[in-house]
Design a protein around this ligand. Structure first.
Ligand SMILES: Nc1ncnc2c1ncn2[C@@H]1O[C@H](COP(=O)(O)OP(=O)(O)OP(=O)(O)O)[C@@H](O)[C@H]1O
Length: 352
């Protein structure tokens, strides 16, 4: 489903615009909050800014929405600069963590609001609101009060309101953070479906790496007001550029590179310094298995689908993630085991 723009003069329909963020710098309260942040999001892509608290994600979104003026730098949508364009003229849909719905208005009135602001005629408004409700799979709630809906339903309504006027860009600020884990995971799939169906170029903010990896086409990792790596979810997870990215995106065994090979395991590494071995890239074997590193189990954590083991190999703690069904027997603390790397390309990390 693709909404047509509510105002004429724009080719292509909703969201089919690329977004380019060019060297944004923001200083607030005497501190540098954003430091030359640049990112290009191709038309129709879902990009996520991922980083710890205070890394500058929300500030970046606020600049895009027009709520914060950058000291320098520029944002362009479809090649047009947003500098000097007030928030309400940016044609950007925004969904916040706390939904920001109007509690005294019905669901239908909430969704209609951006259309009223754009002076869309009544018949088109009705059509659009119905279409937006179908898009979020809540076709029958237009007359309900917002307060009577669950958190997950309210978030769908917030999304319907953000998309109903066919924005050129959709911004999502921790949109699922207020939901419980199960609902959050279901809504991740829903958000992705809706984004795909409308083709709206989207930039989301989260500090949840699983959410970022599962929803995005592009992940931009932020640290201390800078973007430190941009890539597909697989690129940033498999080939993190720095120690920080390696550790932030999941469990990472950091091993020194000695003479072009990993310490302990001896796999060839492109570069020097340190490399990362993910726990699922390591395999547990019998203690005396040829070609493995001798180790002792120091911790076993049952995680349902996987078993997380910590072993000590030559004094170095190594985390191994195993599928319980792949193991001949459940290892116990104190067991002597062998560990080997399953193979694959390894790259050295930059020292940041
Ligand atoms: N108006 C302001 N004045 C001074 N400092 C600010 C202001 N707004 C934000 N900051 C600071 O800027 C830094 C980045 O904040 P920002 O909200 O962008 O981070 P974030 O990555 O979104 O974090 P979170 O995940 O906690 O929302 C923080 O250190 C914050 O304290």
């Amino acid at each position: 489903m693709r909404f047509l723009p509510v105002k004429g003069g724009r080719a292509g329909g909703a969201g089919l615009e690329s977004v380019s963020i060019d060297r944004l710098t923001v200083d607030l309260g005497g501190a540098r909050i954003l430091d030359e942040v640049s990112l290009t999001v191709p038309a129709g892509c879902f990009a996520t800014l991922l980083g710890p608290s205070g890394s500058g994600k929300t500030t970046t979104l606020n600049v895009l929405a027009g709520f914060t003026d950058p000291g320098s730098g520029d944002v362009r949508i479809g090649g047009r600069s947003l500098t000097g364009v007030p928030p309400h003229r940016r044609e950007i849909g925004v969904v916040f963590q706390n939904y920001a719905l109007f509690p005294h208005l019905s669901v239908g009135r909430n969704i209609e609001f951006p259309l009223l602001a754009r002076k869309v005629d009544r018949a088109t408004r009705r059509e659009r609101v119905a279409e937006a409700l179908r898009l979020v799979h809540l076709p029958d709630v237009a007359d309900r009060s917002v307060r009577s809906l669950s958190g997950g339903q309210q978030q769908r309504i917030a999304l319907a309101r953000a998309l109903v006027f066919a924005p050129q860009l959709l911004l999502l600020d921790e949109p699922l953070a207020a939901l419980d884990k199960q609902l959050r995971e279901a809504m991740q799939l829903e958000l992705k479906r809706i984004q795909r169906e409308t083709g709206t170029t989207t930039i989301a903010v989260t500090h949840d790496q699983v959410e970022a990896l599962s929803m995005s086409d592009i992940v931009a990792i932020m640290q201390d007001g800078k973007i430190v790596q941009v890539g597909s979810p697989e690129e940033v997870y498999r080939r993190p550029a720095t120690r920080f990215v390696a550790g932030f995106l999941g469990e990472a065994n950091l091993l020194p590179v000695v003479d072009g090979k990993t310490a302990l395991f001896g796999n060839p590494v492109d570069g020097s310094g340190t490399t990362v071995l993910r726990p699922e890239d390591l395999e547990l074997t019998a203690a005396d298995h040829p070609g493995t590193v001798a180790a002792t189990v120091t911790e076993v954590v049952y995680q349902g689908a996987r078993l997380r083991l910590t072993v000590a190999a030559d004094g170095t703690p190594i985390v191994v993630s195993a599928v319980p069904g792949d193991l001949a027997h459940r290892p116990e603390i104190g067991d002597a085991v062998g560990v080997r790397h399953r193979g694959g390309e390894l790259r050295a990390l930059a020292d940041a």
